[in-house]
Ligand binder design. Structure first.
Ligand SMILES: *Cc1c(COP(=O)(O)O)cnc(C)c1O
Length: 453
């Protein structure tokens, strides 16, 4: 073809058996749009190159372009990846993988109708708020519970409902930036509360809190320093001391735990991440934490505590805007049940990863190296991530590959399907088995073999 007039029309292209097939799988409107898009690109390229003798693509080249366009337009942008980074709660990789039971719970309510807001006893409208509440009460001993979209929303709701146009006392050492631009002071301002920052960056005393009470604050807020540590000349009152002070003046203490944990992380050779149960026992009136950090469930913000305060939050209009959906509630309930049945360590993927023994990890990578016929087994470190236990690591064993251009290899790994996320250590490409699900091992090794072959 050498003149635009030779370019086939949309109608002509549609007659091709191949295109008829695509219409079957992609639908007629999208296929026609792809044909138009490809033809119009060819035309504009042709016009631009007028000075030179232009060559129009042949019929098959056009068809290939159309097929590629259709594939590009319909490929999912959200897809599974294999996390070989050794960061267990990797926020960029979707944080906590769910348990089998959580997945089944989602499936059972997603494919049909459910009693999300329907009281089966009474045969009338019910409340979605009941679904995880009883489990949370039983697990933590809290009077009441509320689940919202995520923990940032939980904090926003608590402050909006309890402290709008009023002061909130918070220590300067707790004005945290979580990541992704989420800053505790910004969220607090968004709620309409006035920040009453007290103390110095490294030290704050009970007397600072006492002095702040003169401004009649709505509440005292404690925020867990999720992703950093301050060491050296530091001090901070105990949570129970803050609770005592708050209660003397008749105001609540709200504790944003960030991750929060229902199991003691110290049992696994890690530092101690603040536990939800401890926070309640120390006297916090409301405790907020994430569903997809160390709880190991779906994205959610969980608020537990005093019935009167949780009740105020439930009734606030903002609660409707940030409510949890049925898929979240199904997965969260199934996850909580693992804790209630004392099987979290076995059933919740992130706890399986945290509790994996170095010996077991060594065996897994030794097996990988053998199957690949390449790579060495090297000691390394995994991290929890997700804004929990900053600076803490767990000993692991890595599969290490020495390659000529490790950066290029990492890029090629990202282009396999599923994509593989590995990391560099001492100029080697390393794979941490701790975060690779056992079900993914076969495809990981097959992909690696192909890339290395
Ligand atoms: C992670 C975190 C949040 C935000 O939780 P999301 O569930 O990600 O919205 C809020 N506060 C603290 C202290 C955190 O660590």
């Amino acid at each position: 073809m050498s003149s635009l007039r030779d370019l086939p029309s949309v109608d002509l292209i549609i007659q091709t058996p191949q295109v008829q097939e695509w219409i079957g799988s992609y639908g007629r409107p999208l296929t026609i749009e792809a044909i138009r898009s490809v033809l119009s690109q060819v035309r504009s390229r042709f016009v631009k190159d007028e000075s030179r003798p232009a060559i129009l693509p042949g019929h098959q080249a056009l068809l290939d372009d159309i097929q590629q366009t259709l594939q590009l337009w319909t490929a999912p942008t959200l897809e599974p990846v294999i996390n070989a980074s050794g960061v267990i709660l990797h926020t960029n990789l979707g944080r906590a993988p769910l348990s089998q039971a959580a997945l089944q719970a989602i499936q059972s309510v997603a494919l049909g109708y459910s009693n999300l807001e329907y009281d089966l006893e009474q045969g009338k409208r019910g409340s979605r708020l009941v679904h995880a509440e009883a489990l949370l009460q039983r697990l933590t001993g809290a009077e009441a519970a509320l689940v919202v979209n995520n923990n940032a929303a939980a904090v926003l709701l608590a402050l909006t409902a309890l402290a709008r146009r009023r002061a909130v006392v918070i220590a300067r050492s707790q004005l945290v930036e979580i990541g992704g631009g989420f800053r505790v002071p910004d969220v607090m301002k968004q709620s309409g509360a006035r920040l009453l920052e007290i103390g110095a960056t490294n030290r704050v005393h009970l007397s600072d809190f006492e002095a702040a009470l003169a401004e009649s604050p709505a509440l005292i807020m404690r925020v867990h320093r999720s992703n950093f540590r301050i060491v050296g000349f530091t001090s901070e009152p105990e949570l129970s001391e803050l609770a005592g002070l708050a209660h003397q003046s008749g105001i609540p203490l709200v504790d944003d735990l960030g991750s929060g944990s229902l199991l003691d992380t110290a049992r696994f050779g890690l530092g101690h991440e603040p536990m939800v149960q401890e926070s309640l026992a120390a006297g916090a009136d409301l405790v907020c934490f994430s569903g997809d950090k160390l709880l190991g469930g779906p994205q959610a913000g969980i608020i537990i505590g005093r019935t009167d305060l949780v009740g105020k939050l439930k009734k606030h209009p903002l609660a409707r805007a940030i409510r949890a959906d049925k898929l979240c509630l199904a997965a969260l309930s199934a996850t909580l049940l693992h804790y209630l049945k004392d099987e979290a360590e076995r059933e919740v993927p992130i706890w399986r990863m945290i509790s994996a023994s170095p010996e077991c990890l060594r065996q897994r990578v030794a097996d990988w190296a053998e199957k690949l016929g390449q790579g060495t087994v090297t000691p390394g470190e995994s991290t929890v991530g997700g804004g929990s236990l900053p600076g803490e690591t767990m000993p692991t064993f890595l599969l290490a590959l020495s390659l000529r251009s490790p950066d290029r290899f990492l890029a090629r790994l990202r282009h396999t399907r599923p994509a593989v996320i590995a990391r560099l250590q001492d100029d080697q490409v390393v794979f941490d088995p701790r975060t690779v699900l056992v079900e993914q091992e076969a495809v990981l090794l097959a992909n690696l073999k192909q890339l290395l072959g």
